[in-house]
Design a protein around this ligand. Structure first.
Ligand SMILES: [Zn+2]
Length: 231
């Protein structure tokens, strides 16, 4: 990494709150959440940037809710997202909003129940291999309708079974578990998808083994706006 880039990274890290969750930021960033010319961050730096962004969002102090014309110009020619977000398609779980990230910051792959098949895995491979994203975050959420439907079971008309079937292993593995039935399945399903993505050969599994990319699970709380990292 060039010295100038190193200085930019340090500036970004210094301007970020290191508080996990809603905690108030002692030095809230005043501009874009990361340097526009930042070289590929480490997976730890990327995860911290997302945690910081979620803390700003949950505290109603976003920095990326302004006019986007300058950022659009910065990234019009190329992209270097800091993370891949695999999230549920639920309209209440907008990844750019809940992580307080701008255009070009995160590569988002969504489906009902945050499940992945070949289309999603191919998209993730592209982001990892060609865009060099160092982090993949699978985001499940509280009161997920897809998980509720999977728990309920029964006939799935049309193509609904395509996302309900992959949730079934989590439904079965959490049978009889104490606590909230749906939330238990949400968490188990997230971790199943984390394992599925991590073990997908050749591209993603190789990158994971070589330490070039990290895959983590997360749960979004619809009430507080907070993201909890599950692993
Ligand atoms: Zn959902």
């Amino acid at each position: 990494m060039k010295l100038s880039s190193t200085i930019r990274v340090v500036k970004v890290l210094l301007s970020s709150c290191l508080v996990v969750g809603v905690g108030a930021c002692s030095s809230a960033p005043t501009g874009h959440s990361r340097a526009s010319a930042l070289e590929t961050p480490t997976s730890e730096q990327a995860l911290q940037a997302l945690i910081d962004g979620n803390a700003r969002y949950a505290a109603d102090r976003p920095v990326n809710a302004r006019a986007h014309s300058a950022r659009r110009a910065e990234i019009a020619a190329s992209q270097r997202p800091l993370a891949v977000i695999v999230a549920c398609a639920d309209s209440r779980v907008g990844p750019e909003l809940v992580f307080d990230q701008d255009l070009g910051d995160i590569f988002v792959v969504r489906s009902a129940g945050n499940v992945v098949d070949d289309v999603q895995l191919g998209s993730i491979e592209y982001a990892v291999e060609h865009l060099h994203a160092p982090l993949i975050v699978v985001v499940g959420h509280e009161r997920c309708g897809a998980v509720m439907a999977a728990v309920k079971g029964g006939e799935a008309p049309g193509h609904l079974g395509a996302f309900l079937r992959p949730i079934q292993p989590a439904v079965q593995s959490t049978e009889g578990q104490a606590g909230d039935r749906v939330d238990n399945v949400v968490r188990a399903n997230v971790m199943n998808v984390v394992r599925q993505i991590s073990g997908t050969d050749p591209v993603i599994a190789e990158h994971v083994r070589e330490g070039k990319v990290r895959v983590v699970g997360a749960r979004y709380d619809l009430d507080t706006g907070r993201i909890d990292i599950l692993n």
